[in-house]
Design a protein around this ligand. Structure first.
Ligand code: GSH
Length: 252
């Protein structure tokens, strides 16, 4: 059984998959794509992943895309140390949370990420090159054109941060209801894995807004203490490690 993961160190979606592979001690060959240089838009990669995004998993030649689908796939084929509850009602609840996470924090975190970390690179491009690059993106064309080379306006930043805040409040309610320490109770599930990279990202950007929610703060400490965390967030996985201009802002 061989795994090849096409991904990027700093990509939140890739971090979900690396965390599951590392937890299960499944060795994988990592192909690192440079997303700012457009490796994800090259014709040979688009044949694997027509969405033009990472991650993509190649498992003995079978191509699986989309991070939540990949994490469920890995949990099915390697059920030891399962991230999925046995009870069907709990499974449904886990999937409900995964949908919530893909609807709320996962897209919301892109707004501060692009405004604070990636915008300077896009500002160096000519207008023509920027528009051509944006228009070549199968999934993120409109997102890029809305951001433009001046960045998302304050109203968009505020709305994204408000959506993130509602996520922390939802996590707090889930942990209170389940008894913690994880979202669904005693066992870590794919829902915890799904939300983890957005939390790490916003913390890395120096904007954690959950200090008044001790259950969420404990959850964050627990996931950072998980044995799979360090190998997943190897050096270069945090934006503050790659973009010097962020270092002053980021909290450690
Ligand atoms: N729903 C997809 C989203 C993947 C995604 O948005 N990947 C980002 C990195 S986290 C990407 O490749 N972006 C490249 C781009 O915007 O061109 C998944 O979860 O795998």
């Amino acid at each position: 059984m061989t795994f090849r993961l096409y991904n990027a160190p700093q990509s939140t979606c890739s971090q979900r998959v690396r965390f599951v592979l590392n937890t299960k001690s499944l060795p994988f060959d990592e192909v690192k794509l440079n997303l700012l240089e457009g490796d994800q838009l090259k014709p040979e990669y688009l044949k694997l992943n027509p969405n033009g995004v990472v991650p993509t998993l190649d498992h003995d030649g079978a191509i699986i895309i989309d991070s939540t689908v990949i994490t469920e796939y890995l949990d099915e084929i390697s059920p030891d140390g399962s991230f999925t509850p046995e009870d069907p009602v709990m499974r449904a609840h886990m999937r409900t949370l995964m949908h919530f996470i893909d609807e709320m924090p996962a897209p919301a975190v892109r707004v501060p990420t692009f405004n604070l970390a990636f915008l300077p690179s896009f500002q160096k491009m000519s207008r023509e090159d920027f528009v051509a690059m944006a228009e070549s993106k199968p999934l993120r064309r409109e997102f890029m054109l809305t951001m433009g080379q001046t960045g998302f306006p304050k109203a968009d930043m505020d709305a994204a941060l408000a959506r993130l805040r509602r996520t922390y409040e939802r996590m707090d309610a889930e942990i209170e209801h389940s008894g913690g320490p994880w979202l669904l109770g005693k066992g870590i599930t794919l829902a915890d894995v799904a939300v983890m990279p957005s939390m790490v990202r916003i913390h890395d950007l120096g904007m954690p807004d959950w200090q008044d929610l001790p259950r969420v703060a404990t959850w964050f400490d627990s996931i950072r203490a998980h044995p799979a965390f360090k190998p997943t967030f190897y050096h270069g996985s945090l934006l503050s490690e790659r973009f010097p201009h962020l270092r002053e802002k980021a909290s450690v």
